[in-house]
Design a protein around this ligand. Sequence first.
Ligand SMILES: Cc1cc2nc3c(=O)[nH]c(=O)nc-3n(C[C@H](O)[C@H](O)[C@H](O)COP(=O)(O)O)c2cc1C
Length: 355
Amino acid sequence: MMTTKTLSPHAFQEETFTASMETPQALASPIIIDGGKVVLQSQVVLAPMAGVTDIVFRGLVRKTAPQSLICTEMISSNSLVYSKRWDAHILKKTSEDNPIAYQLAAHQEEIIAAAAVTICEKHQPNMLDINMGCPVKKITGNFEGCALMRDLELASRLIKAVSSSVDVPVSVKFRLGWDDNSKNYIEFGQMAQESGAKLVTLHTRTRSQGYKPGVDWEAAGKLKAALRIPVIANGDIVTPADAKFMVDTYQVDGVMIGRGTQGEPWRIALIDHYLKTGELLPEPTLVQRLAYAWQHVQGMVAYKGEAQGVREMRGQLPWYVKGFAGAPAYRAKLTQVETVAEVEALFVEILESLT
Ligand SMILES: Cc1cc2nc3c(=O)[nH]c(=O)nc-3n(C[C@H](O)[C@H](O)[C@H](O)COP(=O)(O)O)c2cc1C
């Protein structure tokens, strides 16, 4: 981490992080989806994360990863179709936010089809993804998310309903299975492919594992060997070396990164650069981390207003602040902030403490 003696405590307001990734390279073998309707020039995908991958965070990721497929937060088809008071901010995207997959959750064919059509008409996504992996009880209790891994017929009908309603390629994200006794990911992936999915992502855990340690990366290789469509591996892939291991060892088409990007929106680009060139770019300095955090706050405030924007950043700001003595105390303080001025004062204090 950078701690130079000449550091201005306001340096985070000027600094940016673009590293040497301004001219991104093409892939030797691009990922061809649905006969070329979508062609990906990056093997690194940003995971859908509710409460994280909103328009602001995606914009930060895009600064250094213009070629990567990025997923929205999960969108409830039911809310989109029926709820008049539903907050449609989740659907917004900028014109630079491509390639993008909008992710839908649903358990009824006609509703997911209606949601898919609305999204395609209003927002022109490159792809639509169906969530069949969410382990949260509120979702599975509604026969959505990972509950669909226990009802292949319904899952198939949902995929067919979306595929036949829109022109964009449809993908499906799922887990190894419901629990250790029902790991049906191969059968499920084959069902998805036969039902019209043009890409699948495997989160290499079961529903009952939640987010506990113990991913089965080899399963992604087995799924790849069993399918014709591209397979993206997901689950605890964080470093460039992890990603390279997955691609080289299991021949998966790409990797999806989730929590590794929290407080590190540049991580997708670092991994992409490594996979393409073998070169490990330096991790950002503390000033650059704070610069990103500052831009994140500014974006959220512009998007949601100061009160709500800063409140929502309380969960995200601490991720940016690490790697120096005293960081835990600052992380705790950042979970209490109410205003942009408080964030600014804490960032200045951090940099002053290091000079
Ligand atoms: C805060 C959070 C929100 C998430 N929201 C979604 C979601 O909306 N849709 C989805 O398919 N997965 C969601 N996930 C799961 C991630 O997409 C990913 O599968 C999981 O975190 C494992 O990848 P990782 O180890 O790289 O984080 C979420 C995960 C987290 C941590």
